[in-house]
Each structure stands twice: as structure tokens, then as C-alpha cells.
Design a binder for this molecule. Structure first.
Ligand code: ZN
Length: 137
């Protein structure tokens, strides 16, 4: 598991990214920060569209930015929103996390609540290259 200093940095980075969200339809900005295994952080924000299906969650924006920068290995992802409970990723984002073996999920809100979860506890049915014999490796 990653240490508390990097968790704090990731949550702060995700919170800053949240402010850049384009969320006029849901009114719910979300920010994310993914930690590549080389230590690089990539942030992402929610990007909504009038055609709702074209919207993209902050988590996937962060991951896709890292992929576009040639990163393929990751240690963790943080998600922040102004929610009562720490912000939980949707199933689509969990599936993308499984593809890239992102196991450690840091969920937070603006009140300062932070929870850590294993991806397989959040989305045990997520599948992809990351799953071998029923286990994410
Ligand atoms: Zn999502």
C-alpha cells in the first residue's frame, strides 16, 4: 500500500483537478489523480456533454492522459468529489482500472474523509488483462 504522504498529494491533486470539471448537467464536479509506477502523477476532471453518453469520468480522463504519455503501469488512483461519503468510482472506471491493474483506490470528499479500497472489493466482476484465474495480478 502507498504511504500517507503520497495519498495526501494525490487527494490534493485530484481536488485541484475537480475545480476544472465541465459538469453543467450533473452539477457534480469530480477530480482524479492516478499515480504511475515511475512516480508521475496525472490528474483528470469530469467532462460532461449534452449527449450524456459522450461524457467521461475524471478517473478515465486521468488514466487516458497517462496512457497518452506512454505510461502502462500504475500504483494507485485517487478520486474526489463534494459528496457526503468518499466518492466511489463507477463500474466503467473500475473496468478501466482493472485493465491497467490499478488495485489501490483512494476515495475522498471535500470534508476530508479518505477511504482506501482494493479494486476487487469495489468491482469483483471487473475483467481484462489484469485478471488471471479469477485473480487480478
Ligand atoms: Zn466513472
Amino acid at each position: 500500500m502507498i504511504n500517507e504522504d503520497i495519498i495526501d498529494t494525490m487527494v490534493r491533486t485530484a481536488r485541484d483537478a475537480m475545480q476544472k470539471s465541465h459538469a453543467p448537467y450533473s452539477g457534480r464536479p469530480v477530480g482524479a489523480c492516478v499515480l504511475a509506477s515511475d512516480g508521475t502523477l496525472y490528474s483528470g476532471c469530469a467532462v460532461e456533454n449534452a449527449a450524456y453518453g459522450l461524457s467521461c469520468c475524471a478517473e478515465r480522463v486521468a488514466i487516458f492522459r497517462a496512457i497518452a504519455d506512454s505510461k502502462r503501469e500504475f500504483d494507485a488512483i485517487a478520486i474526489v468529489a463534494d459528496t457526503d461519503e468518499p466518492c466511489v468510482p463507477c463500474g466503467a472506471c473500475c473496468q478501466v482500472m482493472a485493465e491497467f491493474k490499478i488495485r489501490d483506490v483512494i476515495m475522498a470528499n471535500l470534508k476530508g474523509d479518505v477511504e482506501l479500497a482494493d479494486l476487487m472489493d469495489l468491482a469483483p466482476c471487473a475483467t481484462g488483462k489484469a485478471r488471471i484465474n479469477g485473480q487480478v495480478v
